[in-house]
Design a protein. Sequence first.
Length: 351
Amino acid sequence: MSFKIGIIGTGGISNSHVRGYHGNAQLAEVVAVADIVEERARDAAARWGVSKWFTDYRKILDMPEVDAVSVCTYNQAHRKPTVDALKAGKHVLLEKPMAATLDDAIAITHAARKSGRILMIAIHSRYSPQIIGAKKIMDSGALGPVYYGETISARRKGIGRGSFVKKETAGGGTVVDIGVYSLDTALHLLDHPVPTRVSGIINMAITKDPSAITYGGWPWVPDDNEVEDFGAAWVRFENGMCMTFKTSWAIHAPGMGRTFFLGEKGGLALNPLEFYTDQFGMMVNVVPQDLPAEPDRFVEETRAFLEAIRDDKPSPIPPEQVIQTNVIMDALYRSAESGQEVAVTPWKDKI
């Protein structure tokens, strides 16, 4: 069985989606692409060996042979093509973040529930052998009740460019770009606890400083940037747990530490994966010795998406899970603006 795939948006990340489909050629064939920029649509079609290209994504949705689409547009343009595709009866693999705003994430989740089609959020970090191993440890109960954690995604100098640094297209900076990975990792490992309150800050000082541009980082234009290069939050959950979230595109530091979780019976840290506990009257560190080699995560996530369609299974990464990242990010931005801790916005009663 081979599914016919359309690609909506031909920016950089679309190449990874197409690589994922090519890596699962027995299950999928890319048959059409669309981009609002004609030259980009035409060039992408030529690059991927696709005969049909459009500047209006709705023409892909009108193709009866298309079974599913990848939505690879900039963040603020995720909602409309995703909702339209679901209404048209197409399955959707939606690039992270699910949306730049909580309102858009709610609308997308509502459309997925109503459509009966698969909506999978493309968070490739879920397919890291390290995360898979950590999930097994957490699910075993070896940590006992978890009372505190920290989740971190940090670059010293790795600043977005183009649509990534414009509020109109990105909606936010490092928080919605790489921060969503570490937030999803924490929530996934913790089995999706319900956040209740958030105290957060954002900053964009370094990206505004021309003297901060170094050969060791990525080039950027200081005057172009409109979004944060640093974000942090203290998150409280319904079960009593608290978590610190930190993310950066640019900091004057070699890093911000490791992602870790503290439980009453044990602890766990990532990069590298380690488990800590007490046994035999001693403190014991457990380091896995046989984690699989790092795969092409885009191939893995694409295979999971296609197999879910083929086997009529639930979405491997459903919007009901990922929307909690939007809940926290929304509260972080509101807290940073107000200078106070804020309650998260309930979303289930809006769907």
